[in-house]
Ligand binder design. Sequence first.
Ligand SMILES: *Cc1c(COP(=O)(O)O)cnc(C)c1O
Length: 410
Amino acid sequence: MADERDLPTAHQGTMAVWAGEEQYLMQGATQVPVVHSVSFGYRDLDEWYEVALGQRAGHIYGRNTNPTVQVLEEKLRLLEGAEAATSFSTGMAAISSTLFTLLSPGDRVVSIKDTYGGTSKIFLEFLPRFQIDVALCDTGDFDAIEREVAKGCKILYLETPTNPTLKVLDLPRLISCAHRHGALAIVDNTFATPVNQSPLSMGADLVVHSATKFLGGHADALGGLLCGRKDLVAEVYHFREINGATLHPEAAYLILRGLKTLSLRVKQQNQSALRIARFLEAHPEIDEVFYPGLESHPHHDVAARQMRGFGGVMSFSLRGGFDAVRAFLPKLRFAHLAANLGCVETVAGPPRTTSHVELTEEGRASLGIPESLVRYSVGIEETEDLIADLDQALRGAAEVRRSGKSVASR
Ligand SMILES: *Cc1c(COP(=O)(O)O)cnc(C)c1O
């Protein structure tokens, strides 16, 4: 676990490169070492004892702490402006460890219907088994969320922007509501990243991340991070060191390396996504575009108040239903068709067969997810190339539709 040392003084793009590394560099190395050692030896038993008690800096055993992992925690702590940070093997390990640490039987959580699929499973499948009551509200209905919080709860768990329709929650309003009623406010900041949004500065107690997405940015390492109030992070760290969802030092290194370009990547993705969203909004083959940077987005004002950029993820629905999606997606040249987001390559996929595959058509409709929706995570390719690629794929799909050919049945 990393906790407060030097305060951030530089801009985020600079901190992403330099923060947290200096004291870990060895023998003149300019890069952080990947320390594979599982245990750390001491010939001085008094020193060993003090490190074991946490009274002196150092490492004992890799399930608890590791130098490479600690640099990553420290860098994210500084980027989020947090008192403390700790890490996990995956984003879901960060989220589940946090919820299982802070909740006890008889407690109540309030959240939204649009949380990430895994998080929603924790709420609907696992927490109720421990007699923890969960209330999931309509994501856009801030009044309803406030009413549920007012009934009493231990945690208000928020995620914004959401997957896949990019709804945006009013963070200052909902966080202050949580605090008025004695609840903790936790925010999943995966989609926004610390470049675009700082929930802790809006009063959140904790921020969780899937480092697998934008933070790592290269789709080659799984990881999770938690940062925020020191006392709470320490409690969750203790749960994790015992329960064992530790981040591997090799993965920590890959995420750390990815983080160096976080600010560059996200700024490019913000710009590109906005231009692509505008292009799609005007395209005859597109029904609707969901992107908080568009003035037509129902939460555009909220997003503009609390975000520095609108992010790299959008979704859009095609004319012609799921058949159109079936024709369109394979025609994209510059997009992996995969269940991932936030990496340097553009990634596209239909929520109907990925994140929301287990729901019925009615279930998806109740979340405002059209059957012909495509989620599109903009990579760092040149914007013109992505626009041209989308255009040719949309034209191709339209031709298939007009010719009345049905693309292989489901
Ligand atoms: C991917 C994701 C997670 C889960 O992260 P993993 O690293 O896959 O466990 C949690 N929240 C959001 C918003 C995500 O996109």
